[in-house]
Design a protein around this ligand. Sequence first.
Ligand SMILES: *Cc1c(COP(=O)(O)O)cnc(C)c1O
Length: 461
Amino acid sequence: MDKKKEWARKGRTFIWHPFTQMKEWEEEDPTIIVEGNGVTLTDLNGKKFLDGNSSIWVNLHGHRNKTINDALIRQIGKISHSTLLGLSNLPAIELAEKLLQIAPSGEAPPGKLTKVFYSDNGSTAVEVAVKIAYSYWQNQKKKDRKKKKFMVFDRAYHGDTLGSVSLGGIDLFHRAYQPLLFKTIRVPPPSCYRCPLSLSHPSCKVACLDEVEACMKKHAAETAGLVIEPLVQAAAGMITSPPYYLERIRALCTRYNILMIADEVATGFGRTGRMFACEHEGVTPDLMAISKGLTGGYLPLAATLTTQEIYDAFLGEYSEFKTFFHGHSYTGNPLGCAAAIASLEVFKKEKVLAKLQKKIDFLKKGLALWKRWRHVGEIRQIGFMVGIELVADKKEKKTYAPEERIGWHVCLEAKKRGVLLRPLGNVIVLLPPLSISLRDLNRLIQVTGESIRAVTLRKKS
Ligand SMILES: *Cc1c(COP(=O)(O)O)cnc(C)c1O
């Protein structure tokens, strides 16, 4: 039998894919990636694709980046894994110092982040933040020990483990597990395109925050922390918040004595045009979760950063049992840390953030014309995170029915044209590696535009 066909058969037989209806998958011919170089992925048949979603939002400097490859080879020559339970290692130390140097900081409380707790994916980084916030209050005076709940936003996405699913608010992913989840206090996120208050920005003066504040006022005594995706609710469909929203959330958290947990898993490492989304509004969170771009998209690694004050609440005699009882087998993995250090080196050496600004503008200009298209409801962009919401009826902002799978069809068209994308429902997501050239960025825009038109203007058969 043909070798390629044999790989396809084995792939279908042995692997259960994430977020995938396997019945459908089993009927399809899978694309099997064998190689990557820069922003290009090559499959088993030699067909080349532009990696338009950075291999699910992780890749920053392209595949097979020389600086990161070399750093990994050097590290493999020393050691690939050793544990942080009872031991330390050089890459984990060096990376922690570097992360704290670039982490958001400012004059306003809490000042700065001073400690790094490692884990290995975004979901765990968020769960670590939640457990730390919870225990922080348990280690306080009796009155504060009532602070056990978390305030979360509708439509939020913080990962797929049960703790992070508890914080999530995307019905399709999260409802099925309801009986297994802990209770949270839900608040409405900003939603300018379909404002529930029927107001428009900026004349609204961000009135949607009033509800959040009312909720804080009511629940402050029982709330340990608020979890937020700063600037953009990514998995919800790249839904962006209006300017100063984050800054005001920070102020409210401080006023009501609620820890602010920033989930920068998607937004971190240059995605929004700054190193971290919090920087856009001069915000320092009390806890910050990072993962996806941390290793430049090379290896699974995550971290939860926090303040001295929170860390100090866990100090005591062993017998007081204030220890943070949490850890993972691969915590502080030296290879992952070496990749992350190399990725930060690329940022510096290649002036990645400075060069990115021109690309962000180019992308913005390239998409601007589509606003007039009949089925383009809204184009949302912050830096290199783009969501293009397709609607059945523009005037009414009527959504396409989920079973029409409009986003999926658009991505299928893009794939035929050599661009890999993955939609979020009716929202087409563009999230290319930061290293993409203007030429490739132009191709990404052209192909996406053609694909949207091919699908939305297609006559129904
Ligand atoms: C992807 C994501 C996560 C989960 O990260 P995993 O590594 O997939 O567990 C958490 N929060 C946000 C905002 C994300 O985009």
